[in-house]
Design a protein around this ligand. Structure first.
Ligand code: SF4
Length: 219
């Protein structure tokens, strides 16, 4: 005989568990969308991640940076890069900061393919766009706060976000809808305009970054 649950919510996992579960499921849907496309192009997941990482870093990056950014070994990153180079998607050049070092960049074909990989998750962009503006803003703020927490516990790789940028002046305009400021372009920034991957980003000092995350969290 079936047991009748009068209080089924007693079995409900903790909210933190359900939030992590929701994020994990969304991430796997996004990954499978990108990978389906990539598989059709003869790429493996690490190669897709490399294309995406290089897409907005036209100045090029070193092999060691790629390995650290993706959390893979240098040998694994090197294998993927060899394959991408053979396919004509990556080229090697001189590093702008150190002429003796090698910088890896996308070729034009690599840029085109990286853009198409990104388009393969356009279904997710559409789903987010369909949410009310207020929900999108709340979601962005919540995800930013979570990234901040994970960064402070060294669980999130470095990102080129406003909060970690030396040009970011937090709460420069405290009574405004755009309380923050980008000193590089000398413009106020609302929370919803904060960037997560800005090409102009320049890393701030560690103590400043910690203070920024704290202030943002308590805003
Ligand atoms: S330079 Fe870019 S990352 Fe830095 S504060 Fe300005 S917009 Fe943000």
């Amino acid at each position: 005989m079936k047991t009748r649950h009068t209080l089924p919510w007693h079995d409900t996992p903790a909210k933190s568990e359900r939030i992590v579960s929701a994020i994990t499921r969304i991430a796997s849907v996004l990954r499978s969308g990108a990978w389906q496309f990539a598989t059709a192009e003869g790429l493996n997941p690490t190669q897709v991640d490399i294309l995406e990482a290089l897409r907005s870093r036209r100045e090029g990056v070193r092999l060691s940076w790629i390995a650290q950014h993706l959390g893979v070994t240098a040998a694994s990153a090197s294998d993927s890069i060899t394959s991408l180079t053979a396919k004509g998607l990556i080229e090697k050049g001189r590093d702008a900061a150190d002429g003796r070092a090698v910088a890896l960049r996308l070729t034009e074909s690599g840029q085109n393919l990286a853009a198409r990989v990104s388009n393969s998750v356009s279904f997710a962009h559409e789903a987010v766009s369909d949410l009310p503006q207020s929900t999108q803003e709340a979601l962005f703020e919540s995800l930013l706060a979570l990234i901040g927490k994970l960064q402070q516990s060294d669980r999130f790789p470095e990102i080129r976000a406003c909060v970690t940028c030396k040009y970011f002046a937090i709460n420069r305009h405290p009574d405004s809808n755009a309380p923050h400021h980008c000193t590089l372009v000398n413009a106020p920034l609302s929370v919803s305009l904060l960037r997560l991957d800005c090409p102009e980003h320049d890393q701030a000092q560690a103590a400043v970054v910690v203070q920024n995350w704290r202030e943002l969290e308590s805003a």
